[in-house]
Design a protein around this ligand. Structure first.
Ligand code: SF4
Length: 223
C-alpha cells in the first residue's frame, strides 16, 4: 500500500474556520512547492528545517492511529497535502467513519473523498478552478492592508456564499494595521467575510500531544 510522507500527526483541536473548537486529529504531510516567505510549517519543505529522515506511513496505519484518538474530525494538512494522491488515505479514514477535512492552497487537483475543503490561496501558486469548485470555506492570510482587497478581486469573493475567513499572518497577529484592516473590512462588507485567528496557537493546544513537533516558521528566521 502507498506510503505517505508524514511530518507529524497529533491530536488537538481545530483552531480555525467553521469547525473551530472541534476535537481534531491532524496529519501533516511533507512537501510544498509554493514556498511562502512567512510559512509556519517550513519543516515540511524548507532545506534548513526539514528533518534528516522522513517517516512514511501507509494509510491503514495512519487511519488506525487517528481512529484510536477518537477525534470528531481528521484534518489533512501540510506542507501542501494536495500534491499527494489522497485517495487511499481518505478512503481508510472514511471506512472508520472519520470525517475528512483538507487544508490546501487550492493550486492542485484534490483526489479522494473529502468532506470539507479549506482553501487558503497563495499568490505564488494561485488556486485552480477545479479545486475552487470544491471549496467549503476560504482562509485569506492578511499580510498587510492590501491583502484582502487583492484577493477579494482576484477570486470575486464578495459573490461567494461560503465563509471567507480573514486571518492575520501570524507574525503580524499583533500588528494594529493588519488587525484594523480586517476589522474594517468585515464591518464594511459583512458576509461572506469573517474575522479569524489561529486560536489553537494561543492555547498551545498542539503541543499537548508529544507527537507534535515545534513549529518551524520562516517568520522566525533572521533576514
Ligand atoms: S504556507 Fe502553506 S502553501 Fe505556503 S509554503 Fe507553507 S505550506 Fe506551502
Amino acid at each position: 500500500m502507498e506510503g505517505y510522507p508524514v511530518y507529524e500527526r497529533f491530536h488537538s483541536w481545530q483552531g480555525e474556520g467553521l469547525h473551530w473548537g472541534k476535537s481534531a486529529f491532524f496529519i501533516r504531510l511533507h512537501g510544498c512547492p509554493v514556498h511562502c516567505p512567512w510559512c509556519d510549517s517550513a519543516g515540511t519543505w524548507h532545506p534548513d528545517h526539514k528533518p534528516d529522515s522522513i517517516v512514511k506511513m501507509n494509510p491503514d496505519e495512519l487511519a488506525d492511529e487517528a481512529f484510536m484518538a477518537c477525534p470528531e474530525i481528521v484534518v489533512i494538512t501540510g506542507g501542501e497535502p494536495a500534491i499527494h494522491n489522497l485517495q487511499n488515505l481518505a478512503y481508510q479514514l472514511k471506512s472508520r467513519n472519520l470525517p475528512v477535512h483538507l487544508e490546501t492552497c487550492g493550486a492542485f487537483p484534490v483526489n479522494g473523498e473529502i468532506d470539507w475543503i479549506t482553501i487558503s490561496p497563495k499568490w505564488a501558486s494561485p488556486p485552480i478552478e477545479e479545486t475552487l469548485e470544491r471549496a467549503d470555506e476560504y482562509k485569506i492570510i492578511v499580510e498587510d492592508e492590501t491583502s484582502i482587497e487583492k484577493w477579494s478581486e482576484a477570486l470575486t469573493l464578495k459573490e461567494e456564499d461560503i465563509p471567507v475567513w480573514l486571518h492575520p499572518e501570524w507574525s503580524k497577529s499583533q500588528d494594529p494595521s493588519v488587525l484594523h484592516a480586517i476589522t474594517s473590512w468585515v464591518k464594511e462588507n459583512g458576509p461572506p467575510f469573517r474575522a479569524g485567528f489561529q486560536t489553537h496557537k494561543l492555547y498551545f493546544a498542539d503541543q499537548s500531544d508529544d507527537r507534535s513537533l515545534p513549529e518551524a516558521s520562516l517568520s522566525h528566521l533572521p533576514d
